[in-house]
Design a protein around this ligand. Structure first.
Ligand SMILES: *[C@@H]1O[C@H](CO)[C@@H](O)[C@H](O)[C@H]1NC(C)=O
Ligand SMILES: *[C@@H]1O[C@H](CO)[C@@H](O)[C@H](O)[C@H]1NC(C)=O
Ligand SMILES: CC(=O)N[C@H]1CO[C@H](CO)[C@@H](O)[C@@H]1O
Length: 538
């Protein structure tokens, strides 16, 4: 049977009447085919190199959260990573292009970063010892992390003037480091080349043509060093801000099969001390602006490098270490989950949150290692939203954001609903029509869509529901109704570590599938429809 499946949600404001078109929001989910697919490790978080002396706005929020000094033995850290089963961790950040690896006759002592006037970002070079690299890998292996490691792409180049760097990359130190990594059997999933050197660059920039030559060299090094290995790591680049011409040129110059993923960074909420961040996060038009970036990079990859794909390699919301008042609060989850939804619609395969720990935007608190609200939001997404992205049609209030995916590993459909509205609560009733064929709707006047709906109002699949069918709901709200609270509730219960320091189980409430859903003001709901028959999701 070749039917199409459509899930229809009517979203009503409380005062609204069912048929009053002005107050209704309707969502139609098309379950017949996916429009995009994420990777298995879509949710990703970063560990950065910033030392304790990194300060913004008279605050130094990095503490001991650097690759070089993070407490790798902290039980909360391991538990938080393990809870994902496979969390992708991207090691990288601004100082990555000043890192030297203490392997193969460095010729000088291996020291961490220190403040240095005139240094890139105000810091000296810093050194990663192999003891530290061993310890990091012990954590990664113990917790099942999938590692993306960003290597220094400035090595050997000359600073010409005003941030422009030229000359070929010197690969010697990186090659020795990768060789050491292989000799130890550390399974790095992907090697990323450089950080924010693309386009106009942030601290430094390199021309796309030169960069293209250099990723070809790196590819040759990987092919050589991994030739006896059963696995091949991915090569990803350039880890910068998306500029269409530069990205296209990198793909053109490097050529087929060289760059496996084009990484780019998102900081669309502005600077960490921006007073307007709360308004930006609750403004649907503002949130949607960055969709252009996702759309254009998807198109660029399709046209210039169909062998590649787009990843968000780093996204912190607000730049310069995040916002002290917002980035670690419930409100930030509205931005964060909306980003996960929006980016996956445009076929983004991986989305790395800046940061796992460190700065104001850590998923974990930098001092206590206790999860912030976004940690739980990330974990819920990871547990509920599958790889397949379904298209939806939505009409009505722009303050309701909605995303649909296949339900993770279980069949059925999962929705993410975000109400950006501060005041109005929605009633949501769910309708499902399994037998409406979209092509028919377009071409055949007899089987009108509305007619189809009326016929099958109480069905959840091909079989009529006896009323016992359940859906799963996960409602996320802020403690005490304070959206700037650092405590989040799941279905009315505070999310906090167990007495043993473990991540709590994230359980849904089960609700009869045909009853109305309500999404409280400024809140988030994941809704799973286990029995929902979507052809794309079996
Ligand atoms: C690259 O750097 C190494 C030291 O790490 C040096 O011995 C070598 O001469 C350099 N290669 C080039 C081409 O400059
Ligand atoms: C691969 O294996 C061959 C034969 O055992 C060996 O000679 C070569 O050095 C190895 N290459 C690397 C990069 O380890
Ligand atoms: C303030 C605001 O716009 N709130 C919205 C929350 O969602 C409902 C349903 O669309 C809207 O009617 C409200 O306007």
């Amino acid at each position: 049977m070749n039917y199409r499946l459509i899930l229809v949600l009517f979203l009503l404001s409380f005062s609204g009447v069912l048929c009053k078109a002005s107050s209704d929001v309707t969502i139609i989910v098309r379950g017949s085919a996916t429009i995009a697919e994420t990777s298995d490790e879509f949710v990703c978080a970063t560990i950065d190199w910033w030392p304790p002396q990194k300060c913004n706005y008279n605050q130094c929020p990095w503490g001991q959260a650097s690759v070089l000094n993070l407490d790798l033995q902290h039980p909360f850290l391991a538990n938080a990573i393990k809870a994902f089963k496979r969390l992708r961790i991207r090691v990288g950040g601004s100082l990555q292009d000043q890192v030297v690896y203490d392997v193969g006759n460095l010729g000088y002592p291996c020291k961490p970063f220190s403040k240095m006037a005139g240094g890139l970002f105000g810091f000296s070079k810093g050194c990663l010892s192999m003891e530290r690299w061993d310890a990091l890998n012990a954590l990664f292996q113990k917790t099942g992390a999938i590692v993306t490691f960003g290597i220094n792409a400035l090595r050997g180049r000359q600073h010409l003037h005003s941030g422009i760097w030229a000359g070929p990359w010197n690969s010697t130190n990186a090659r020795d480091f990768i060789k050491y990594t292989i000799s130890k059997g550390y399974p790095v999933d992907s090697w990323e080349f450089g950080n924010e050197l693309s386009g106009r660059g942030i601290g430094a920039s390199v021309a796309a043509e030169q960069y293209g030559e250099d990723v070809i060299s790196l590819k040759a090094i990987l092919d050589d060093l991994y030739k006896n290995s059963s696995s091949r790591p991915l090569l990803v680049a350039p880890g910068g801000f998306f500029e269409q011409q530069w990205y296209a040129q990198l793909l053109d110059v490097s050529g087929s099969g060289v760059v496996n993923a084009m990484t780019h960074h998102i900081y669309n909420l502005g600077s960490g001390n921006d007073r307007n961040i709360v308004n930006k996060i609750t403004d649907p038009q503002y949130l949607s602006r960055v969709a252009d970036t996702f759309r254009t990079i998807q198109l660029t990859v399709k046209r210039h490098g169909p062998w590649s794909s787009a990843w968000v390699g780093e996204a912190g919301g607000a730049y310069n270490s995040g916002s002290r008042l917002v980035s670690n609060t419930f409100l930030n989850s509205l931005w964060y989950l909306d980003q996960l939804g929006m980016s996956s619609k445009y076929d983004t395969k991986v989305y790395c949150r800046q940061s796992l720990i460190g700065g104001n935007y850590g998923l974990l608190d930098t001092k206590t290692f206790v999860p912030n609200p976004d940690y739980y939001s990330a974990l819920l997404w990871h547990q509920i939203m599958g790889k397949g992205v379904l298209s939806i049609d939505i009409s009505g209030s722009p303050y309701l954001r909605a995303y649909a995916h296949c339900r993770k590993n279980k069949g059925g459909v999962a929705l993410l609903l975000i109400n950006l509205s501060k005041s109005t609560e929605f009633g949501v009733s769910v309708r499902n029509d399994i037998n409406v064929d979209l092509d028919e709707v377009d071409t055949n006047k007899d089987s009108s869509f509305v007619h189809g709906l009326k016929r099958t109002v109480s069905w959840v699949g091909r079989k009529a529901s006896d009323g016992a069918e359940k859906r799963e709901e996960y409602h996320l709200t802020a403690k005490g109704g304070n959206h700037l609270s650092r405590t989040m509730l799941l279905n009315g219960k505070i999310l906090e570590l167990t007495e043993d320091g473990d991540i709590p189980a994230l359980n849904p409430v089960l609700v009869p599938v045909n009853s109305p859903i309500s999404v409280a003001p400024l809140s988030i709901a994941f809704v799973g429809f286990p029995k929902f028959e979507a052809r794309a999701c079996v």
